[in-house]
Design a protein. Structure first.
Length: 53
């Protein structure tokens, strides 16, 4: 490979690594949101008292 081809290959590898890192971060945020929602909704339902008529 020429120097230019090697530089392009390194740049592509760096971009791929950044994209992978970004995706992992977004997936973590999604899991955190889902966990927060489940906990919040669970707490709301556990505090809800059903009235009997």
């Amino acid at each position: 490979m020429t120097d230019k081809e090697e530089a392009v290959a390194r740049e592509r590898d760096e971009i791929a690594a950044r994209v992978a890192s970004f995706r992992a971060t977004q997936q973590k945020f999604e899991r955190d949101r889902q966990e927060y929602y489940a906990n919040t909704l669970g707490n709301a339902w556990s505090g809800f008292q059903r009235k009997t008529v």
